[in-house]
Design a protein around this ligand. Structure first.
Ligand SMILES: Cc1ncc(COP(=O)(O)O)c(C=O)c1O
Length: 430
């Protein structure tokens, strides 16, 4: 049973039984990031393995929101656009995200949702390749990405075609001289597998195409180097590993060479060169501000900004190492303790090839198992039709959390505690 759990062996803890909770505690004691958990508010009776969907609440956020509401809005009123610098918040927050994704501060802005941002950058990218007709995506891309591409194609009167790669290995083969854009999600939302950003970006460029990367599940997990990889455009979420709160503004990246022009079609006044000049016609800002559209949601953006302050001075290599260690430990424990119950790992076994999440399928679909886990205080999530998904945010997830989560999962499976009518009911959000 315990022999499978060897990948976390280190000389210091070689004496402990690797399937024991003591070993998990020893791993926490050796974790250089362990102290960061205190920067979050997490309920004592919950093991939270869903930071890949909604990040936990950083302790600094409520006071920051309260000050924004009470002082800046309540007392400052409209003066706060200048006095509290609300007007520059999207760029300020973009600049704080920039080091996490390997970008210069002036190439990132916080705005809208990932979905809306994808619309903006895909439209801009197509405008830069006017004679090419294909957009390459993956069948398993996050649905909103492909839905947006379908919408953009409708907008262009069907001038473009969305080509789906069914297999990761065939993506590069699809890159011919009619491809305008390769549009991929770096870490897959379902199985957590990671694409080779540098290699695929190079392959797209060699074919004369542009690339858009969706970083929703990468930002805050993996050290990224958008500038070094010569990426054209990128989008990502503020509410997952960046902990900006439900519906937090997303971010977008535009390579310096693509700033300017007028390809961003949501030509609202906040992207105008002089919004308060109230000119009758649109004149693009010409820098990253051009990717704004309307008035930014100040309270949400301030929450995201406070959450981002936590990343100051953090070494992304340590974050990535912990993500690999947590996910590997979880896989080892599940396989050692939950064998024979029909769980099948769909995430890559090679830690280098996965983000900070692990997914299993189950013959029953698995929804009831996740529902039972949640009822017993272990929060993961379910992705239709049959994926049980667990996220391991390195900033606040402990190795003892992993141990207790698997312990509870084993009990639920051993005793079929998941097979109750209430756990088979599907709520709107799974
Ligand atoms: C990979 C990916 N892209 C895009 C989105 C959608 O983000 P939003 O709802 O903020 O537009 C998600 C949401 O989970 C996602 O996982």
């Amino acid at each position: 049973m315990t022999s499978a759990i060897t990948s976390h062996l280190d000389p210091e803890h070689a004496g402990t039984d690797h399937a024991s909770v003591e070993h998990a505690s020893a791993l926490d004691a050796a974790d250089p990031l362990a102290g960061l958990r205190d920067s979050f508010t997490l309920p004592a009776d919950v093991i939270y393995l869903d930071g890949n969907s909604l990040g936990a609440l950083p302790r600094a956020v409520p006071d920051r929101i309260a000050a924004t509401v009470t002082d800046e809005w309540g007392d400052g009123l409209i003066r706060s656009w200048n006095d509290a610098d609300w007007i520059n918040a999207p760029r300020r927050v973009g600049a704080k995200i920039a080091p996490l994704i390997g970008a210069a501060p002036d190439n990132v802005i916080a705005a809208d949702s990932t979905t809306v941002n994808l619309f903006k950058v895909l439209s801009a990218a197509l405008a830069l390749r006017p004679r090419r007709r294909k957009i390459i995506t993956e069948t398993r891309n996050f649905p909103t990405d492909n839905y947006i591409a379908e919408g953009v194609i409708r907008q262009t009167g069907g001038a473009h075609r969305l080509v789906h790669a069914d297999d990761v290995k065939t993506i590069a083969d699809l890159l011919d001289d009619d491809v305008a854009v390769l549009m991929l999600t770096h870490v897959n939302y379902r199985d957590g597998s990671v694409h080779d950003m540098a290699g695929l970006t190079r392959a797209a460029h060699d074919a004369g195409a542009l690339v858009i990367w969706d970083l929703a599940h990468s930002a805050g997990v993996i050290p990224l180097d958008l500038a070094g990889c010569d990426v054209d455009f990128a989008v990502g979420c503020g509410y997952k590993f960046l902990n900006g709160g439900p519906g937090a503004p997303a971010f977008l990246y535009v390579a310096p060479r693509h700033l300017g022009g007028d390809g961003q079609p949501l030509s609202g006044w906040f992207g105008h060169a002089d919004p308060f000049g109230f000119a009758p016609h649109y004149r693009p800002a010409g820098d990253i501000t051009q990717y704004l559209c309307g008035t930014p949601p100040v309270i949400s953006i301030v929450a995201l900004e406070a959450a981002l302050d936590l990343w100051d001075g953090i070494d992304m290599r340590q974050i990535h190492a912990k993500a690999r260690q947590l996910t590997g430990y979880f896989i080892d424990l599940v396989e050692a303790r939950c064998g024979g119950h029909g769980l099948a790992l769909i995430s890559p076994r090679d830690a280098e090839l996965r983000g900070a999440q692990v997914a299993f399928t189950h013959a029953t679909g698995g929804h009831a198992i996740i529902a039972a886990l949640i009822a017993e205080g272990v929060i993961g999530d379910f992705r239709a039709p049959d994926v049980l998904r667990f996220g391991f945010a390195p900033l606040y997830t402990r190795f003892v959390d992993v141990w207790h989560a698997v312990d509870r999962l084993a009990g639920i499976l051993d005793q079929r505690r998941w097979d109750r009518p209430e756990f088979h009911l599907r709520r709107k959000v799974t």
